[in-house]
Design a protein around this ligand. Structure first.
Ligand SMILES: Nc1nc2c(ncn2[C@@H]2O[C@H](COP(=O)(O)OP(=O)(O)OP(=O)(O)O)[C@@H](O)[C@H]2O)c(=O)[nH]1
Ligand SMILES: [Zn+2]
Length: 362
């Protein structure tokens, strides 16, 4: 292996750069340019960037719909960055939590001509760095040379996109005994993805047989529900009810997937909550932020089950999409075990929205 970073490592470095507000150079076919995440762009970097060429602001079609601007590129829209645009204006266009306090942002000038490859790359990278899905893009043919001269990360986008599409490979790191209230015979396994992303955990109860369907739960992390006992969702009670049932039956496997906020991260989930405080429902809030309803990659759950030797499950869930996904990844779901706990006056509307819009079974 060469000494320098390979494409997976470069991608990971690019995510860290974007989170710090450092630009990343992209080469996408005939297009090259610099991108920086809208959320972390400082006023000084904005001046440095715009001195290099004319800049665009890339947002998702979802965010464009909220701002009532045409998304000529389908999944993304490119807006001309006005000469007097400030970092604060850029953040306000990207962040709907500020739609009420900063309502006058337009008129916007959407771009029709040219390629959207860099814009698409910027939005996708920002998402994968768990930032708001918006990026400032400065197209310029010399971007790779600028990157080399300034020590910026430079990505070949075709290879980077292939990596982002690929299901990440997870490696077991360590496992140890973990007696729990729900089951004394517990064991926690830690798995680390090759792409430098979040680690995921498998909690094994008892000694489930690998040649029979195992009672299983794919639980998505919810700091507010699992740890703080939030009443806005049903996650905490679902987590404990699942462990309790595994404890009672004497065996099971609970995957604790670090995909907070249906894959948008805690910060963006709290942005969604601030929109919910303004009256939007859970799905509308995600869309206003520029995200899809659900950005989770459930292939991780299937990969973990396979890696631990399980090929069929009795799945604790109310979400039929999880069953479809596991089956499409070669894991048999012999039974759906409903998990209806934690309903309260605070989350009745939330659960009704999930049933109406996301196909959850009430
Ligand atoms: N973006 C966003 N995420 C939320 C919200 N409420 C809960 N979550 C996250 O949603 C995830 C849980 O997903 P749910 O939709 O409750 O349930 P599910 O995993 O699809 O289905 P079940 O297996 O039936 O629990 C956790 O990662 C939570 O952090 C919200 O209002 N907005
Ligand atoms: Zn929750």
């Amino acid at each position: 292996m060469p000494l320098g970073p390979d494409i997976v490592e470069l991608l990971n470095r690019a995510r860290a750069d974007l989170r710090m507000g450092v630009p990343v150079a992209i080469r996408a076919g005939d297009d090259s340019g610099l991108i920086v995440a809208a959320e972390t762009l400082s006023p000084e970097r904005l001046v440095a960037l715009t001195s290099m060429g004319s800049a665009q602001l890339a947002i998702t079609d979802r965010r464009a719909a909220t701002l009532k601007v045409a998304a000529y590129d389908g999944d993304v829209a490119r807006l001309v960055l006005p000469d007097d645009a400030t970092a604060s204006w850029i953040e306000a266009v990207a962040d709907p939590a500020r739609d009420l306090s900063a309502p006058m942002k337009g008129p916007f000038r959407p771009i029709r001509d040219g390629s959207a490859a860099l814009a698409r790359a910027g939005v996708r990278l920002a998402k994968s760095a768990r930032l708001l899905p918006a990026a400032v893009v400065v197209p310029m043919t010399v971007a790779p040379a600028v990157a080399q001269a300034s020590g910026l990360t430079c990505l070949d986008w075709q290879r980077a996109a292939e990596e982002l599409d690929r299901a990440t490979v997870l490696h077991p790191v360590i496992h140890a005994r973990l007696p729990m209230r729900a089951a004394e015979a517990g064991r926690l396994h830690v798995f680390r993805p090759e792409d430098g992303g979040e680690e995921h955990y498998a909690i094994e109860i008892g000694a489930p047989r690998r040649d029979q369907p195992v009672l299983a739960r794919l639980h998505s992390a919810c700091f507010t529900g699992d740890v703080l006992g939030s009443l806005k969702c049903d996650c905490g009670p679902q987590l404990h009810a699942a462990l309790d049932q595994m404890g009672r039956e004497g065996s099971g496997i609970l995957l604790y997937l670090n995909q907070e906020g249906r894959g948008i991260g805690l910060t963006n989930k709290m942005r969604a909550y601030s929109l919910q405080d303004q009256g939007f429902d859970t799905v509308e809030a995600n869309h206003r932020l520029g995200f899809e309803d659900d950005e989770r990659d459930f292939r991780i759950g299937a990969a973990l089950l396979r890696r631990m030797g399980f090929s069929s499950v009795r799945l604790l869930t109310n979400n039929p999409a999880k069953i479809r996904m596991l089956e499409s990844q070669g894991i048999g779901v012999v039974e759906r075990v409903p998990l209806k706990v934690g309903r309260s006056a605070h989350n009745a509307q939330y659960l009704a929205t999930k049933a109406a819009k996301s196909g959850h079974l009430l």
